[in-house]
Design a protein around this ligand. Structure first.
Ligand code: GLU
Length: 384
């Protein structure tokens, strides 16, 4: 383990930081007020970070929680148990209060903010992704802080992030940020659930996310929040694959950002990004959340990929899903272990005809000499 990497160093070195604020931090116990004093303290910390030359982007939850009492939804009803249209209506009411809270916090510092509502389909479609990225970069270049949330009123089912942890990782990847800070009510990853197990140990730095870490995260989803540790781990996987560091910390107290930067006794878990060379296209591929299908490949193909080769149809045992040329596929071993992601050069129908075949056989089947790779190496990202 490279022990020199710490949360403090990571934040000090970062140029662009995404700060994600969980519902339990921004909403007070009554359920219908913003914790304005906390937000005011956060704005002071953000001001200091900007004065230190950093770009800050904020992803904030809280819209559904701040709107729900207006619709008579009881406070103790967990988000998962609320009907989707109720959540969508609540978010339409509450989003104003989220933004207003930030407006009140940043205006005294003369810092401009902008509301950006995103859906998953925008970030998964390359052209829309580039548009959203251009908007965000324009705001940042003009010194305006984007305050982002999912556009809950129109996001449904399959096309929904559902939790802002993964949205924050996606935004970071979109604008090539250096680090994501997930502020919630947990101070990071433990070897077991610290509420239930006295022997649970806190993990300050994770260099490679393994199945053990995923198992440690468990399924628990506390109170008003949506994601829990599981979605934080998924966000960490998405971010780190794209070369972005991700920090989880408990943000309940005032001035948590200042403490995270300056106080090494503050507990957090830092997931270290894979900083090997990834270009923007590869980052976009790697951070994809809803691949359109899966390719299962044999050992020979795995070796070829590890040596930097392309994925040829001959090494593919099976394909699943419905996809067109240009869609993103997950690349798996025969037993289904995920190896990475890539852009397919064939649609599903043609892919069905060419798998298991060499180039000559492919030319025969297709009737012409088409592309010889199913996924070209430049269109592929393998997991570390
Ligand atoms: N977008 C949801 C909201 O603003 C929050 C999702 C989450 O809790 O991560 O209420």
């Amino acid at each position: 383990m490279t022990t020199s990497i710490t949360t403090q160093k990571c934040l000090k070195d970062a140029k662009t930081i995404i700060i994600k604020i969980g519902t339990a931090l921004i909403v007070d116990k009554s359920g219908d007020h913003v914790r304005q004093e906390w937000l005011d303290a956060l704005a002071e910390d953000v001001k200091a970070l900007r004065e230190a030359g950093k770009n800050i982007v904020i992803v904030s939850s809280g819209a559904v929680a701040l709107g729900r009492t207006s619709l008579g939804i009881p406070l103790d009803k967990p988000p998962m148990a609320i009907a989707l249209q109720k959540k969508q209506a609540s978010s339409a009411i509450g989003q104003f209060h989220v933004f207003n809270g930030f407006f009140n916090a940043f205006t005294p510092h003369n810092i401009k903010i902008a509301q950006v509502l995103l859906t998953m389909s925008e970030t998964e479609n390359r052209r829309m992704h580039l548009n959203a990225r251009a908007t965000m970069n324009e705001l940042i270049e003009n010194g305006v802080i984007p305050i982002i949330n999912e556009n809950d009123t129109i996001s449904t089912g399959e096309i929904r992030f559902g939790d802002n942890d993964r949205l924050a990782a996606r935004v970071a990847q979109m604008i090539e940020a250096d680090v994501v800070v997930l502020l919630s009510t947990t101070d990071g990853l433990y070897t077991a659930n610290p509420d239930k197990d006295d022997s649970a140990e806190h993990i300050p730095v994770v260099e490679d996310i393994t199945q053990d870490h995923i198992d440690m995260a468990g399924e628990a989803i506390p109170g008003m929040s949506t994601g829990g540790m599981k979605s934080k781990l998924e966000a960490a996987q998405n971010a780190t694959t794209s070369g972005i560091d991700l920090i989880i910390s408990n943000g309940r107290g005032n001035h948590i950002l200042d403490q995270l930067v300056n106080d090494e006794n503050i507990r957090s878990t830092l997931f270290v990004g894979d900083h090997t060379t990834h270009n923007a296209k590869k980052r976009w591929i790697g951070a994809h959340m809803r691949p359109k299908g899966k390719v299962f490949i044999d050992d020979g193909a795995i070796q070829a990929l590890k040596k930097g080769g392309s994925l040829l149809p001959v090494g593919v045992k099976k394909i699943e899903g419905r996809f067109e040329r240009g869609d993103i596929l997950e690349i798996c071993t025969e037993s289904g272990h995920k190896l990475g992601m890539g852009i397919t050069a064939f649609n599903k129908n043609d892919a069905d005809h060419v798998i298991g075949k060499n180039s000559e056989q492919i030319a025969e089947v297709m009737g012409f000499m088409g592309r010889s790779e199913l996924i070209h190496r430049n269109d592929m990202v393998l997991q570390a």
